[in-house]
Design a protein around this ligand. Structure first.
Ligand code: PHB
Length: 394
């Protein structure tokens, strides 16, 4: 098929989710041109529910870069979370322990803000395309794709960034990469429900039946999750069956009442830990879920992606504007040092709160002992608070 259009740019970005758009936005501020391509439509991305917690420095990045002021007006500042076990909630006070907060602001809103900012600034964004291919990553990268009308296009670039998510195609172009995996014998059943909020902050619950998380969205919409079998079919779950699970896991002696209502959406979320290293191969660099995924306990995924692209924008600027050829070499190490801390944090939060089938009485009591230590120790609570609110961006 003949090529219908040919574009030259400095950075071609494959993937127009929050990572790709934030990178494009930061590069624009640095005076570097980019083109973003994504095989999803804007509408598809805007309607896919993802996690909702932003670390302190993620919020700062969104605000200080001019990408979002809505996060401060429409988002909700949370100065802590509740850990619930043995039927009683215990608050971890982030503000008191670390002076930091997190913000409840769903990823879909982050996407809307970034998309608006790039559109406002005249960004070249191409959504709803097909058959994306990346070639020449060692010397002269080219991204080719087919548009919705069937015409073939090509984008030649100095660098190409794979911000194409957990099913990344760019990832596979990194030769001799090492991949680190951990699978878990469970998943999360996620629901969007029509109900008033049950609490002002998130509740992470460990119950004999398994984990549950009560999160929020608006005054009338709430987001909740409970641990389930990875092969669970959401269609088999009636509202009553879902509420039985949630109510029994949140039951307790402290008077807490879970507010219920119609279940508007139900999905089973994949659950695994994954890292690919290095994050660079020649003129290709990976960012966000394309290079690493974390289990959702602790909501680190989006925050890690934003931290990646912040480092990436800086090294790209040094490489392109200042001719610093070594700058790109530092990317993998700088990004992965945060990634592995977040891998540990997400794994730790997960194993501390989930039930593994085959667990012995000893295992159960030890898990409760860990939670008890955490809430009764200033050092333990501070450790959780530091990890949850996020390690400072450098
Ligand atoms: C969410 O609100 O979707 C959410 C919050 C915290 C998590 C995961 C998901 O750890």
């Amino acid at each position: 098929m003949s090529v219908h259009s040919s574009t030259r740019t400095q950075v071609a970005i494959v993937g127009g989710g929050p990572a790709g758009l934030m990178l494009s936005h930061l590069l624009h501020i640095a005076g570097i041109e980019s083109v973003v391509v994504d095989n999803r439509t804007v509408e598809q991305i805007e309607t896919t529910h993802r996690a909702g917690i932003l670390e302190r420095d993620s919020v700062r990045l969104l605000v200080d870069s001019g990408a979002s002021d809505r996060v401060l007006t429409d988002g909700h500042e949370h100065g802590g979370i509740s850990l619930r076990f043995g039927g009683v909630s215990h608050r971890i006070d982030f503000q008191k322990l670390t002076g930091a907060s997190v913000w409840l602001y769903p990823q879909t809103e982050v996407f809307v803000d970034l998309h608006r900012a790039r559109t406002r600034d005249g960004g070249d964004l191409r959504y709803g395309i097909l058959d994306t291919e990346v070639t020449g990553v060692l010397d002269s990268p080219v991204v080719t794709y087919t548009d919705a009308a069937g015409a073939r296009h090509e984008i030649a670039a100095d660098l190409v960034v794979g911000a194409d998510g957990s099913r990344s195609v760019c990832r596979d172009l990194v030769e001799n990469a090492r991949q680190y995996y951990r699978e878990y014998p469970f998943a999360w059943f996620g629901v969007m429900v029509q109900a008033p909020p049950s609490a002002p902050e998130l509740i992470y619950t460990r119950a004999a039946q398994g984990f549950a998380l009560i999160s929020q969205r608006t005054d009338t919409l709430q987001r909740m999750y409970f641990q389930c079998d990875p092969n669970e079919d959401p269609a088999q779950w009636s509202d009553d069956r879902i509420w039985d699970q949630l109510h029994s896991r949140l039951a307790g002696s402290d008077g807490f009442r879970l507010q219920d209502g119609p279940v508007l959406e139900r999905t089973v979320l994949p659950f695994r830990s994954f890292v690919q290293s290095p994050m660079r191969h020649g003129r290709l660099l990976l960012a966000g879920d394309a290079a690493h995924t974390v289990p959702p306990t602790g909501a680190k995924g989006l925050n890690l992606a934003l931290a990646d692209v912040r480092v990436l924008a800086e090294v790209i600027e040094r490489a392109i504007d200042k001719g610093d050829g070594d700058a790109l070499d530092s990317y993998t190490e700088r990004a992965l040092s945060r990634v592995w801390k977040a891998q540990h944090f997400s794994y730790w939060m997960t194993t501390m709160l989930h039930r593994v089938s085959g667990a012995t009485d000893f295992d159960e009591q030890r898990q409760l002992g860990e939670l008890q230590t955490l809430i009764s120790s200033n050092a333990g609570s501070t450790y959780l608070a530091e990890g949850y609110t996020g390690w400072p961006h450098h």
